[in-house]
Design a protein around this ligand. Structure first.
Ligand SMILES: *Cc1c(COP(=O)(O)O)cnc(C)c1O
Length: 355
């Protein structure tokens, strides 16, 4: 039996933006979930309280040595009015995997799920209803011990904040242009690339700003050792369809095990497609494009679900995918996952949790 969640309600409620005014990550709801950890006590005092600034000592470990992990998932309002979280247990399992790698104590998965459902339940009116919009859920753990020595902290804060977000594709899905970088890497074997920690994002900013200045939407990362194999695209997992085979690099190691990646793989295997989790060299992709067998390329992630890639630029060469048009499988996957999220398709996998 987990400790009951204490609830203190906000006395003043914020105005809610209209669905069409929503963007990403700028507006936050009235409440947040918070829980503390101390070495002697474990995790304690789970509570929902009014959304507001945290009080942190300037010496807090997270601010100096980046001992922190997070996750990101969404709640969707279906046509039937029901609010569904998409694969919350899987996201909470992952935050515990990330936490372990950063020497952060794990959450009780049962209490963490109850906290998500209770918080989203209290903020139900904040879940927008236009298709494509959703309530983004951001669980985060930070080391808040005031200590400048380098070792795992003895105290932590777990919190969950919620943000209503707009449709990722308000004007429809358009394939994007991606720059393959070989000057910078996102992750190396044995590092933290396989878990969700803010430091990976900090490390990625320089290359992705460079790419944007050159007119690309994002970067495609190559492996950190040989700069030869494809790792990820921006902050998404990558999938390619070449000559009838769907290929995605193996998760773990340098590649984050995306929940969208896992969902897409499960669906494609059910559809009888040939799916391989294996390394693939950028040269193999370029060669396939030259032969005319590079059928589709897309990214997968919670924010966009599926993001079609129309062109890859590598060492001055343009690798065009499917004439720059969105592929049939890319579209089919997007529709299938979105259908489950909004409750218009049956959830045969038990992926959704109704709030
Ligand atoms: C979060 C993330 C993804 C996508 O994971 P989802 O669970 O599908 O949202 C992919 N790559 C990186 C580096 C990430 O941080």
């Amino acid at each position: 039996m987990s400790e009951p969640i204490r609830i203190s309600r906000a006395s003043v409620k914020k105005p809610k933006p209209k669905d069409r005014e929503l963007s990403f990550g700028t507006v936050f709801t009235d409440h947040m979930f918070v829980m503390d950890f101390q070495e002697e006590k474990g995790w304690y005092d789970p509570r929902i309280e009014p959304y507001g600034p945290l009080s942190l000592d300037p010496a807090a470990a997270v601010l100096h040595y980046a001992q922190a992990v997070f996750d990101g998932l969404k709640a969707f309002r279906g046509n039937d009015g029901k609010v569904r979280l998409f694969r919350p247990q899987k996201h909470l399992d992952r935050i515990n995997i990330s936490a372990k790698r950063l020497c952060i104590p794990p959450l009780d998965p049962e209490l963490a799920l109850k906290a998500l459902v209770t918080l989203v339940g209290i903020e139900k009116d904040w879940v927008p209803s236009t298709v494509g919009t959703s309530l983004y859920v951001r669980p985060t753990i930070i080391a808040n011990e005031a200590f400048l020595g380098v070792r795992p902290a003895k105290s932590y804060l777990y919190y969950v904040i919620l943000s209503p977000v707009g449709a990722y594709y308000p004007e429809g899905m358009n394939p994007v242009k991606i720059l393959v970088v070989d000057q910078f890497v996102r992750a190396v074997e044995g590092g933290v690339g396989g878990v969700k920690t803010g430091a990976n994002y900090a490390a990625s900013l320089y290359a992705s700003e460079d790419a944007k200045h050159e007119g690309f939407t994002q970067v495609l990362w190559l492996d950190g050792r040989e700069r030869k194999y494809i790792d990820e695209v921006g902050t998404m997992n990558i999938m390619l369809k070449i000559d009838g085979e769907v290929i995605t690099p193996p998760a773990g190691g340098t590649i984050l095990a995306g929940v969208t990646r896992d969902s897409a793989l499960a669906l494609m295997r059910e559809w009888g497609l040939r799916v391989s989790e294996r390394q693939i060299a950028i040269d193999e992709v370029a060669a396939a494009a030259r032969r005319g067998t590079l059928e589709e390329v897309w990214g997968t992630g919670t924010a966009a679900v599926i993001s079609p890639v129309g062109e890859l630029a590598y060492k001055g060469e343009r690798i065009v995918v499917n004439g720059g048009k969105i592929g049939a499988l890319t579209k089919k996957l997007y529709d299938a996952i979105v259908g489950i999220q909004y409750g218009t398709a049956p959830d045969t996998h038990g992926w959704t949790v109704v709030v």
